[in-house]
Ligand binder design. Structure first.
Ligand code: ASN
Ligand code: ZN
Length: 324
């Protein structure tokens, strides 16, 4: 296997340059190219597999342009961006900070409108083509799923009720820090039917109530049926509905982070949230504890009374998570 730089085409037709891959010479002769990136020192590699074959995505040239390869090209490309963000900004070497392989599976299932981290690797569906397109097209989606991997290896927030909503919020917040063009999650993976219905993204950190929640959840909120942006709008969901609202109440923390970032910017927000995740949060941390340790992290990094510490507290105040 030899390092090689190739090219590819992404889900939306983008030309992807400098796609790190490997050139191999199979026993049967010829040359093959695989989405295995060994160009980063200290990490085992970044690998993109095709779920259907169970093998690395491969092609007989270094130009991955067939439509079938588009989801693999984007998963590979976006994984590298997320890896580099954690490395450059937080000196974190891969999801476990020990150089573990970053593995994605693409072309999962049929009409599958989701992506997930399973504790070991990422898996991306191709969407049904109406509500969603192949999910690896979203840098924020890749960053969301990979951040679940970082969380597993740090605070390990349990995936239910408030700790689960914090887990989800962290995944969205780093999704929006890394995919920094807006404060929406999933704007690049919505299909034509969704867009026609006004569903231009999955969630919004700037204005959570822009989008409706699943109908089944409505009776557990204040009745407006929208994502919450304040504790007054908290959804009291039972565990069998979204693990107690992990993707719903996360919007309250998302919005607090957004409000903080309006004062101090994405970079400082990322530093503060990362520090709290690695140093302070634990599996059963709730929203109140998140407030305390995020303010503490801001103080550690920027000092007591700093603009950053004040903006962190203010973000929580504005969503109704107050000092106790
Ligand atoms: N895409 C979702 C997530 O990462 C999948 C899930 O519900 N676990 O949260
Ligand atoms: Zn998630």
């Amino acid at each position: 296997m030899e390092d090689h730089k190739g090219v590819g085409t992404g889900v939306h037709g983008e030309h992807r340059d400098d796609l790190h891959m490997s050139r191999v010479k199979p026993d049967k002769g010829g040359t093959m190219f695989m989405l295995a990136d060994h160009s980063h020192e200290g990490i085992e590699g970044i690998y993109t597999y095709d779920y259907n074959t169970g093998e690395l995505a491969e092609n007989n040239s270094a130009s991955f342009k067939d439509e079938y390869h588009h989801p693999a090209v984007d998963a590979h490309y976006n994984s590298e961006i997320v890896y580099e963000y954690y490395k450059e900004e937080h000196d974190r070497n891969s999801l476990d900070d020990e150089g573990m392989a970053i593995i994605s599976y693409v072309n999962y299932g049929t009409d599958f409108n989701n992506a997930f981290w399973n504790g070991q690797h990422m898996t991306y569906g191709n969407g049904d083509g109406d509500f969603m397109v192949p999910l690896s097209a979203g840098l924020d989606v890749a960053a969301h799923e990979m951040t679940h991997g970082v969380i597993t290896n740090t605070a390990n927030l349990v995936y239910r009720n408030q700790p689960g909503a914090l887990n989800e919020a962290y995944a969205d917040i780093f999704g929006a820090i890394i995919d920094d063009e807006n404060w929406e999650i999933g704007e690049d993976i919505m299909g034509p039917g969704a867009i026609a219905d006004g569903r231009t993204a999955l969630r919004s950190l700037s204005d959570p109530s822009k989008f409706p929640v699943n109908e089944a959840y409505i009776p557990y909120g204040n009745g407006d049926g929208l994502y919450p942006s304040h504790m007054d709008e908290y959804y009291d969901l039972p565990l069998h509905l979204d693990n107690g609202g992990v993707h719903i109440n996360s919007s309250i923390i998302n919005h607090a982070a957004y409000l903080t970032a309006q004062e101090i910017g994405r970079d400082a927000l990322g530093q503060i949230y990362y520090r709290a995740l690695v140093h302070y949060l634990t599996p059963y941390s709730d929203f109140q504890e998140a407030r305390q340790v995020l303010i503490q992290s801001a103080i550690d990094l920027y000092g007591e009374g700093s603009e950053e510490a004040i903006a962190t507290a203010s973000g929580f105040d504005q969503v109704g998570i107050y000092e106790e």
